[in-house]
Design a protein around this ligand. Structure first.
Ligand SMILES: C[S@@+](CC[C@H](N)C(=O)[O-])C[C@H]1O[C@@H](n2cnc3c(N)ncnc32)[C@H](O)[C@@H]1O
Length: 190
């Protein structure tokens, strides 16, 4: 019997994120997408943590991780904001944030989770040389993200309307199908 038959979905869940010395990669708001599982499979020495506020999506994710037998993937169920406050400085190798909810109406924009204070926390949690990927379909959010990440001291390495294959999530594919323009940015702490 292989090890993966003793691996339960509940073993995937963590109450807090504690770096353990392995390169730590965090994806925020993975939704129904499985991009992070592909990454984790190709990099067994890295620790991959998905943060998702929706219980249903997190539960489905945990089942997929257990079924795939991936021991280097964890899930944090909850809002990313308090997690960012607890992450030790310089502990994260990469953040991936693909299509965060855009809250498109002007009066809703305060609900966007990427703002000045969270951008500063993202930058401080990244290790020197660490990277951050973000994509959105909302032009107002693109500008807000560019401004707050620049202010937080990160360097914009590339900005494009093309999404690389490895980051073409379910939302990326949905926008592609309807011909919606999306913006993809790659940032670095250096
Ligand atoms: C538009 S979906 C994108 C899903 C996926 N990244 C993709 O590209 O297909 C945004 C996801 O972010 C999650 N989310 C929204 N606010 C969040 C927060 N504050 N903390 C963690 N996850 C959040 C939502 O539950 C949802 O699954």
């Amino acid at each position: 019997m292989t090890e993966q038959f003793h691996f339960e979905p509940r073993e995937v869940v963590v109450d807090r994120i504690e770096p353990d010395g392995r390169p730590l990669h965090i994806e925020v708001g993975f939704g129904k997408d499985v991009r992070i599982l592909r990454e984790a499979r190709h990099d067994p020495d890295g620790l991959y943590i998905g943060i998702e506020i929706s219980r249903k999506k997190a539960q489905s994710f945990c089942r997929k991780v257990a079924r795939a037998g991936l021991r280097n993937v964890r899930c944090y169920l909850g809002d990313v904001r308090p997690v960012l406050e607890e992450l030790p400085g310089g502990s994260v190798s990469s953040f991936t944030i693909l299509f965060p909810d855009p809250w498109p109406k002007r009066r809703q924009s305060k609900h966007r989770w990427i703002q000045g204070p969270t951008a500063a926390l993202l930058a401080s949690a990244l290790r020197e040389g660490g990277g951050l990927i973000v994509a959105t379909d909302h032009q107002g959010y693109v500008e807000q993200i560019r401004e707050v990440l620049c202010e937080a001291g990160l360097m914009l390495e590339c900005e494009s309307h093309e999404i690389p294959d490895e980051d073409r999530t379910l939302f990326a594919q949905r926008f592609e199908r309807v011909g919606e323009t999306v913006t993809y940015q790659r940032w670095r702490k250096s």
